[in-house]
Design a protein around this ligand. Structure first.
Ligand code: BGC
Length: 372
């Protein structure tokens, strides 16, 4: 290559760079402006609240599960099955347990609301105090499901439970059928729990005509409650009644299995276990063992997988703003007709323990029938 050629080539290139560079920059700016415009128009499109696009981009549904406590065995099942079902439906669950403290439960629920839950599922420690949870949640547009226990003095969006009056009826009806005469001790659950009152109502309905006929005598007043559903309180109160009546008790209508455990411990202290009929509720493993052994007469089984599964479906539906099609009835909470799903409880004694509890998969045979 000759030098003058190279020089002219360099000059030409230099000139072309000189001219072309500003043109290139101008072109680039123009393209960027165009892209910018089209980007803004896309953004505007996705901001339009069109259902499909919102659903596809929205984060998981967040469910707050506020539990009164985990003391009784069943609540562990409720929690685990509820979480499993909700997760199957693509939701996430944040669980809080209040250790039987109504004030703590209200604080925990406020915290769940602050964490941005889409829906609250509440097992209230106290049926009145928990009304604050409903009010706070509603103020933020969050719906509330009362799970197993009704919430009063407010307008919960759904109540899902078993027929608790029927549970009480089944407890007393069973004992009366097997012990039609004698002294009965009615031991209620926690007086702050609406269920305890429904149970008592059902128990009295079952015993009414036998009481009127003087076949049954209620000892130590009907007005006895195991505070906090505490087995120790049940033990103490049964001991007192045994002392007062000189051990003349024929049947104890205990409202759940935990308190039945306390009652049976008191009876064991007087060598009366197995002699005095005792009811229960929940089909806790220890109660099933006692039924197999003969120290507890019966329990009322409530299929926990059913309530927990239905509740998870209802929570997701309500969070999406859908209707709960299974809520075909309402229960009045003293202020409001709460849409409700009410499930059916089942009497269990030693005769159908295998069929309902073991074959039904609630507990295994090895756990129920312990070696002597
Ligand atoms: C529930 C029972 C339970 C009790 C104590 C009631 O409200 O319905 O199943 O045993 O509370 O936790």
């Amino acid at each position: 290559m000759n030098f003058s050629n190279f020089e002219s080539l360099f000059r030409n290139k230099y000139i072309s760079v000189y001219i072309m560079f500003p043109l290139f920059i101008a072109g680039l700016c123009f393209t960027m402006i165009l892209l910018g415009c089209s980007d803004t128009s896309n953004k505007n499109k996705s901001d339009v609240p069109q259902d499909e696009s919102v659903n596809s981009t929205k984060q998981k549904i967040k469910i707050g599960l506020s539990m009164a406590s985990l003391r009784v065995e069943r609540w562990h099942k409720d929690r685990d099955i509820f979480i499993r079902e909700a997760e199957k439906l693509g939701a996430e669950v944040i669980v809080q347990s209040a250790d039987e403290d109504a004030v703590k439960q209200n604080e925990q629920a406020e915290n769940l609301i602050t964490q941005g839950v889409d829906i609250l599922v509440v097992i209230p420690e106290n049926s009145v105090a928990s009304s604050r949870i409903v009010k706070s949640a509603h103020a933020e547009g969050i719906k509330v499901i009362a799970y197993d226990r009704l919430i009063k003095e407010s307008e919960p969006d759904l109540y899902i439970s078993f027929d608790n009056e029927q549970v009480g009826y089944l407890q007393a009806e069973y004992l009366l059928r097997h012990q039609p005469k004698g002294n009965y001790f009615l031991l209620g659950g926690d007086p702050g729990d609406n269920n305890a009152h429904l149970l008592r109502k059902g128990q009295l309905r079952a015993l009414k005509s036998a009481i009127e006929a003087n076949d049954i005598k209620l000892v130590a007043e009907a007005n006895q409650w195991a505070v906090g559903w505490d087995p120790n309180d049940a033990l103490n109160k049964t001991e007192q009644v045994l002392t007062q009546t000189d051990n003349k008790i024929d049947a104890v209508v205990a409202s759940n299995d935990g308190t039945a455990g306390g009652v049976i411990q008191a009876l064991e202290g007087q060598n009366l276990a197995g002699e005095v009929l005792v009811s229960g509720q929940d089909a806790d493993i220890e109660a099933c063992q006692r039924i197999a052994k003969g120290t507890q007469t019966m329990t009322v089984y409530k299929p926990i997988d059913l309530i927990a599964t239905e509740a998870a479906h209802a929570a997701v539906a309500l969070a999406k703003g859908e209707k709960v099609s299974k809520a075909t009835q309402t229960i009045n909470n003293g202020k409001f007709d709460v849409p409700a799903i009410i499930l059916t409880p089942i009497q269990v004694d030693k005769n159908n323990l295998d069929e309902i509890i073991i074959e039904g998969g609630f507990h295994t045979r090895e756990k129920v029938y312990l070696p002597e």
